[in-house]
Design a protein around this ligand. Structure first.
Ligand code: UFG
Length: 325
């Protein structure tokens, strides 16, 4: 299939382009390069453009006879979304709406959307299944929830079918080490710890040790970016087979605490990390773990890289390669 990968120069998008190529599809990356990197696009066509640029969007959708669209172009910093909600609603919501309208103009009716665990807000129970109440506590989660709602309406009204994949903590990198996570600034736990191991940061901080968890630090469900891309390929097949619109929680089902991740990074890198204690970060729930039984059952997806050491090893492989010795 010809697949438009919106945000294909970003962290997850660049791995998706590779996964589509490996699976025999033809990816077309559409990316503004505001946060993405041109050299992360490993193959397929590349078009630089904004989602809100209807002329450029219409041209790329038609020129490449696009069959399906995957959308990775979002702002993702939860804290920033609280400080500057307008930025999140304009981009994550407003621009997505323009993308969907472009799809309708071009007659494309298959869409795979990168949603998030943040639509659930403070969990009432874990693991979190698809029936869990949705009460996002920040503009990031709210913007994604609103898009999910819009997608339901667009299916009913216009027959645009979609699969929403609600990521928990995307992590790791391609095992070949040629693509990986490169956010500026980097706020995510694993790359921050690896930057300390690589000598690019003096120390890392643990945001709170007084949570109601076994060791007092937050527990998260880290899913390898390759497993995440595999879920997208399953979703693409599902839409190709005329499966109905659906939304799935996507994690590996295992929770790891911040301290467990620190130990994994020390094991994999062989470095003793300098770690400081810091206050809780606003908006961090104690535990976020996915119940992914539904996607396993309905789409036949099975994660392959569930061990935290494997996830950290692949991320380290990338971090080491890009750091000058
Ligand atoms: N953490 C630290 N120190 C750091 C960075 C993170 O202790 O330097 C902790 C956080 O407090 C959290 C855990 O490590 O408990 C993971 O934090 P990340 O920043 O790596 O990831 P988040 O869980 O905050 O964010 C992820 C996605 C978001 C999504 C969110 C859902 O990256 O896009 O889950 O709540 F919205």
């Amino acid at each position: 299939m010809n697949v438009l990968v919106v945000g294909g120069a970003g962290y997850i998008g660049s791995h998706m382009v590779q996964a589509l190529l490996d699976a025999g599809h033809a990816p077309v990356t559409y990316d503004s390069l505001v946060t993405g990197h041109r050299d992360a696009v490993v193959g397929g066509a590349f078009v630089q453009g904004e989602m809100a640029d209807a002329v450029a969007l219409d041209a790329v959708l038609r020129a490449h006879a696009i069959d399906a669209v995957m959308h990775f172009a979002s702002f993702i910093q939860v804290g920033e979304s609280v400080q500057d909600p307008g930025k999140y609603y304009r981009n994550n919501l407003g621009c997505t709406l323009q993308l969907l309208d472009g799809m309708l103009r071009a007659g494309i009716r298959r869409f795979i959307f990168s949603s998030t665990a943040a639509i659930f807000g403070e969990p009432e129970y874990v693991p979190i299944d698809e029936k869990h109440p949705q009460r996002p506590i920040n503009a990031y989660g709210a913007s994604k929830q609103m898009v999910e709602r819009i997608l339901g309406d667009y299916d009913r009204a216009y027959g645009l079918r979609s699969v929403c994949l609600r990521y928990f903590n995307a992590a790791g990198a391609h095992p070949r080490g040629h693509i990986g996570e490169r956010h500026e600034p980097e706020t995510h736990l694993i790359p921050v710890l690896l930057q300390v191991a690589a000598g690019r940061r003096a120390h890392a901080s643990i945001f709170g040790r007084d949570y109601d968890t076994p060791d007092g630090t937050c527990v998260r469900d880290y899913i390898h970016v390759l497993d995440l891309c595999q879920a997208h390929l399953c979703a693409l097949e599902w839409l190709q087979r005329d499966g109905p619109s659906a939304a799935f929680n996507l994690g590996n089902g295992n929770g790891f605490s911040v301290l467990e991740v620190i130990r994994a990074v020390e094991r994999v890198t062989g470095c003793a990390l300098t770690i400081m204690d810091a206050p809780r970060r606003a908006g961090d729930p104690a535990r976020l773990v996915a119940d992914s039984r539904r996607i396993r059952c309905e789409l036949g997806w099975t994660p392959r890289f569930t061990a935290i050491d494997t996830i950290v090893r692949d991320a380290w492989n990338f971090e080491r390669r890009r750091t000058p010795p």
